[in-house]
Ligand binder design. Structure first.
Ligand code: CA
Length: 664
């Protein structure tokens, strides 16, 4: 039974009396460990100690070595100081609020197998060799980021990843250097990322999640991991030993360090909007009802569509979220955070996250999904919705642009509806809106943008420019779904046009892993999987063989990335620069978007560029301004080298992108 009447938590009195800003969790030194837990409504809290043997089974776990009463501290906290060296000791809290419940410390930095117990940890003993020298790759501006969204297991689980068997699908598999498709000189995994040229990887959840049984590594299991259990410890199934609390920490740190060495920054997917369990989550066992919003009848509300939604507007929830982000940024050297269902959080919390990460590294990227999964009691104007991005002023907090995502290839919800590249009509203004990264621009007719959306970003670094992510059909599958009888070379042309639009558009560029090799997710019955969150490896794994089959497409992505990195004109830092340098061209054609880009505003070596996207099945012909123009992107190739020179009139073939530049 849920306890009603949680409205007390929103009162000023409660806030004043119980807002605690001191240290929480088990704070270790060699001499002593201080345990502090916030449980203002508890009648009694005990510290339950399980000793240091990580291989105790669950039945043994119910028999603690010691149970010690904790003392009341300030602002609703309970404390216990233990002298001596407690490194490696497993512990929980036993909390009495009407009934007695045992919970893992929400601030636990290490956990045992399946996250059922916390562990005291001497973090200095979890650093891999060379950790002190770990250096983040340079990032001058947030718009310089080119993000590759990947799942740890997908990345190296396939046999053709060339990764050693015991590292397949693990943290250690992510960074193995020199891997190739067996028997063929084609780079996979880390070397592939370097070759492709992306600057950041975004890892799907790597904190400890609930769904995969870590004690059964040989049983086929898969989950994306959007079911949080312990926020401040890594997921055990990605480690070589999920029992020992330190291995997963050390292996995750090593992965980050090795990615940094390869010039790649690391972004973590964070899911603070809900917890896997509700009534029996660690939060709720310690302070019933405090961490979650309730509707007017006192029932848990569900803006996450996962059974509950956290209440970030309450001080200790906001504090937990920001503390956790800061912890990962400092302890693990994480370079960015992607907030799942960000709109479940309030705007003030997102600003507070930004404020706190700025004190560590102002180039830490913050972005998220500017939507939620259902109605929330939090008023809309307070939600970190995409359309409320304008409220951030100049802060770097970005939202995914579903406007360009659906504009290029059609709605993610209407599977058969096409977009600009695959046969849709009237998407021109959406594409233009995407090109300028969701800011206001005088050449755009906002009444013709889908849903008549208004500019929602103040600055280009507040927009994630993308075509596909882990959710919904892959880009390739969406193209197949909308054009089921089409020849493969036409689908490749559509995919290329899509990539050209995304990678030349302003904002922060983002792609799903494998998009560059026509990633597909096919179920056993031959149908396409639009929600593969718990589908088997056969659906989710990156099939590296496709890098050979779709070599031309891969090279096209690579060339576009090369252009984006070398030319600031395609990812300018400010809205003012975007507005002054982009001028859309009236071509007289439907399903065509063309614009002039002035590179001199950002001192680009390419002084001027003309970019043309032709979504039609026919050739179009565009009159160029005076002079000689270098073609650097056409229907076949993309890159920084001149493919040919043209002047006068340019013929743009069906379903293709052209980029023409003037060097002098
Ligand atoms: Ca887990």
């Amino acid at each position: 039974m849920q306890k009603k009447g949680s409205s007390i938590f929103s009162t000023k009195e409660f806030h004043k009396k119980y807002s605690y800003s001191g240290k929480l969790g088990a704070n270790y030194t060699k001499e002593s460990t201080m345990f502090t837990v916030w449980a203002p409504t508890a009648e009694k809290v005990e510290l339950v100690l399980y000793g240091k043997n990580p291989y105790r089974n669950e039945r043994e776990l119910s028999v603690p070595e010691q149970v010690l009463p904790m003392e009341r501290g300030q602002n609703g906290t309970w404390k216990m100081n233990l002298n001596g060296d407690w490194d490696g000791t497993f512990y929980n809290y036993r909390v009495t609020v009407d009934t007695v419940k045992e919970a893992v410390d929400p601030y636990a930095k290490a956990v045992g197998v399946n996250g059922m117990v916390g562990m005291v940890v001497d973090l200095s003993s979890t650093n891999p060799n060379g950790w002190e020298l770990d250096k983040k790759p340079e990032l001058d501006a947030p718009t310089d980021a080119i993000i590759y969204e990947m799942h740890v297991r997908d990345f190296s689980i396939a046999e053709n990843s060339g990764v050693e068997k015991e590292k397949n699908g693990k943290f250690t598999g992510v960074w193995q250097p020199g891997t190739k498709i067996p028997g063929i000189n084609i780079a996979t995994c880390l070397d592939h990322l370097k070759e492709l040229g992306v600057t950041m990887v975004h890892l799907l959840p790597v904190f400890d999640y609930d769904s995969v049984d870590e004690s059964k590594p040989d049983t086929p299991q898969f989950n994306w991991g959007y079911d949080p259990q312990n926020y401040n410890a890594p997921e055990g199934s990605y480690s070589s030993n999920p029992y020992d609390g330190k291995t997963r920490i050390k292996e995750m740190k090593q992965m980050i360090m090795e990615l940094h060495k390869a010039g790649i920054r690391v972004i973590m997917d964070v899911v603070f909007n809900h917890t896997a369990k509700t009534e029996d989550s660690n939060f709720n066992k310690i302070v019933p009802n405090y961490y979650y919003r309730q509707d007017k009848d006192g029932n848990f509300s569900d803006a996450s569509a996962c059974g509950n939604e956290t209440a970030s507007e309450r001080y200790m929830v906001q504090r937990f979220i920001t503390d956790s982000v800061v912890y990962w940024a400092e302890e693990y050297h994480i370079d960015g955070f992607r907030f799942d269902l960000m709109a479940v959080h309030d705007i003030e919390t997102m600003k507070e996250v930004r404020r706190r990460v700025d004190t560590i590294d102002p180039q830490i990227l913050i972005y998220g999904e500017g939507w939620n999964g259902g109605p929330s009691p939090l008023p809309k104007y307070r939600q970190a919705l995409k359309v409320n991005t304008v409220q951030y002023g100049g802060l770097q907090i970005a939202a995914f642009s579903d406007d360009i995502r659906d504009g290029v290839k059609g709605s993610v919800f209407k599977l058969k509806n096409p977009g600009f590249v695959n046969g849709g009509k009237n998407w021109e203004e959406n594409i233009k809106f995407g090109i300028v990264a969701s800011i206001g621009h005088e050449d755009i007719d906002y009444a013709k943008v889908y849903k008549k959306i208004k500019p929602w970003a103040n600055e280009p670094y507040q927009t994630i420019t993308y075509a596909s992510a882990h959710d919904n059909l892959t880009l390739w599958d969406k193209l197949q779904m909308t054009n089921p009888n089409e020849d493969e070379d036409v689908l490749v042309a559509m995919n290329k046009l899509c990539a050209a639009i995304i990678l030349t558009s302003q904002g922060i560029a983002f792609m799903q892993a494998g998009e560059e090799m026509a990633r597909t997710k096919v179920k056993d019955d031959g149908t396409l999987d639009e929600n593969s969150y718990a589908s088997p490896d056969s659906v989710n794994q990156i099939d590296w063989q496709r890098k050979i089959k779709y070599k031309e497409l891969y090279e096209y992505y690579r060339g576009l990335i090369q252009i984006r990195k070398a030319h600031k004109m395609f990812h300018m830092n400010t809205a003012q620069q975007v507005r002054s340098s982009i001028h859309f061209i009236e071509t007289g054609y439907k399903n065509v978007v063309a614009y002039f880009l002035d590179g001199q505003i950002v001192q680009d070596l390419w002084k001027e560029a003309i970019i043309i996207f032709n979504g039609n099945r026919e050739n179009i012909s565009i009159q160029l301004p005076e002079g000689s123009w270098n073609v650097v992107v056409n229907e076949e190739k993309a890159g920084i080298d001149c493919l040919r020179k043209v002047n006068g009139c340019i013929q743009v073939p069906p379903i293709s992108a052209y980029v023409l530049v003037k060097v002098d």
